[in-house]
Each structure stands twice: as structure tokens, then as C-alpha cells.
Ligand binder design. Structure first.
Ligand SMILES: [Fe+2]
Ligand SMILES: [Fe+2]
Length: 253
């Protein structure tokens, strides 16, 4: 959230040279997809920043949103540069498909902000934080390890936006009731979006890319042990509902 010194990476990594050509191609494609995802999330976070401002979200919450779009922009640039290193050749900047905050059943702006922070921040960025931590822990290659660490620091801040807003007085008891009703659907759709793509050549050990089984495990664990308890902690769902909602996780993988 702008509190970290400017990151400088050494854009070389001998461990990449040791990989097979096929593995390098597949990792390059993986990081290009990651770049596209980062840029898409950046656009959505910019929309969310403006929406939170328009509904008069508390200044402390709005402050958390200010640096987020640019941080995602930088993440995308790092991902693409890393992809080029894996590919060992220039790669064109990919086309980034449009990404907008959903309409959420025609909800008015105030409620759209509530659903928006829930999906983007409390669910997506919180899962991303847990996922990046596991990728970082599995990564021994210095360059991707440094990039994963830097992204992890930023995503933690992006996850805070939603929890801070939902716990704030800006969200009314009626908003909370509406969110409680919609939460199973919001959670189901967004957890399903974390379905992993299979790797034909690995993924190779030590490059910070999880195999599909571990990817599914980290997403399930994040939802069961961080996201759902988070909603219980701020009074959106009861402990009993939390257990029932865990069933949503079977949608993954
Ligand atoms: Fe990011
Ligand atoms: Fe993020």
C-alpha cells in the first residue's frame, strides 16, 4: 500500500536456464495469464475505489484503495517481464479483456459497494494472499521468489479494504442482511473461478507454481480458515452458517 520501498529485482535467474524448453514455454504462458489477471483486477479495483468514494466510505477505508490499482499495474508488468524471461524471447504485451465490477442484480450504488468489496477484496484478494504465500513458500528460484514476496505484501493491503469497509459504520444493518442473503452465491461463484489449470510439464519444483492438488488445497483452506471466519468475526454469518457454507468449497477442482 505504498509503504514499501520501490522494488528492484535482478532480472536474471540461473534456475530458469536449467528448465526444459517445454516447461519454460508453459511457465511463460502461466505468467502471461497472471499478467492479464493482475491488470484486470487493477481496473476493477480502480472502479471500486471510485465507487467507495461516491458512497462516502470512511476516509480510512478509502485511503486503503488509493494505491491498489497502480500496484496491480506493476504486478502485471512484473509478471509479463518474468514470462519473457521464461520464454527466452520477446513476447507481445497481451490483449487484456474488459473487466468491470458486476452489476450485482441491479443493486443501488451503496449495496453494490458492499457486494463489490466482498467479492474483490474479502474473497478474491484474501484467497490471493493465502495462495501467494504458499507459492512463495514453494519457490526457491530467486527471481520469482522476490516477485511473489512483493506481490504478497501488496495483496495483503488489498484484502484489508473489504474487511475494513464491512466492519465500518458505513455499512448499515440492512446492508449486512442483504449481504448475508447473497453471500453463498458470491462465494460460490468466486471460489469456482479459482479452479486450477493443469500443467502438462510439471509444474517444475522450486519455481513457485503449485500443482493442481495443492492449488485446490490452498484455496479451500483459505476459504475455510480465513474468509469464512472473517465473515463470522464481523457478524455477517453465524458459526453454524459458516459450517454450512463450507459445502460451497466442493465446487472447487
Ligand atoms: Fe496483484
Ligand atoms: Fe491485489
Amino acid at each position: 500500500m505504498g509503504t514499501h520501498p520501490r522494488r528492484r529485482f535482478r532480472w536474471e535467474d540461473a534456475s530458469i536456464e536449467e528448465l526444459s524448453a517445454a516447461a519454460r514455454e508453459e511457465l511463460a504462458a502461466f505468467w502471461v495469464r497472471r499478467a492479464v489477471g493482475e491488470w484486470q483486477v487493477g481496473r476493477i479495483l480502480a472502479e471500486l475505489r471510485d465507487l467507495l468514494a461516491s458512497v462516502g466510505a470512511p476516509p480510512a477505508v478509502r485511503a486503503l484503495t488509493l494505491g491498489a490499482p497502480a500496484e496491480e499495474g506493476r504486478h502485471g508488468a512484473w509478471c509479463l517481464r518474468l514470462a519473457r524471461l521464461y520464454a527466452g524471447r520477446p513476447l507481445a504485451r497481451p490483449v487484456v479483456p474488459a473487466a468491470v465490477l458486476p452489476g450485482f442484480w441491479g443493486a443501488e450504488a451503496r449495496l453494490r459497494a458492499v457486494y463489490g468489496v466482498t467479492v474483490v477484496s474479502c474473497i478474491h484478494e484474501t484467497i490471493a494472499t493465502a495462495w501467494l504465500l504458499r507459492c512463495f513458500q514453494r519457490c526457491t528460484a530467486p527471481l520469482p521468489r522476490g516477485i511473489l514476496r512483493a506481490m504478497l505484501q501488496d495483496e495483503t493491503g488489498h484484502a484489508r479494504i473489504g474487511w475494513a469497509y464491512l466492519a465500518s459504520p458505513g455499512v448499515t444493518p440492512e446492508d449486512r442482511m442483504a449481504l448475508r442473503r447473497r453471500l453463498p452465491k458470491l462465494l460460490g461463484d468466486n471460489v469456482a473461478a479459482w479452479r486450477p489449470r493443469p500443467f502438462v510439464h510439471g509444474p517444475p519444483d522450486g519455481q513457485g507454481v503449485l500443482c493442481p492438488a495443492e492449488h485446490v488445497d490452498v484455496v479451500r483452506t483459505a476459504v475455510a480458515e480465513i474468509v469464512l471466519p472473517g465473515f463470522a468475526e464481523i457478524g455477517i454469518v453465524s458459526a453454524r452458517e459458516t459450517a454450512r457454507l463450507s459445502a460451497v468449497l466442493t465446487e472447487v477442482g
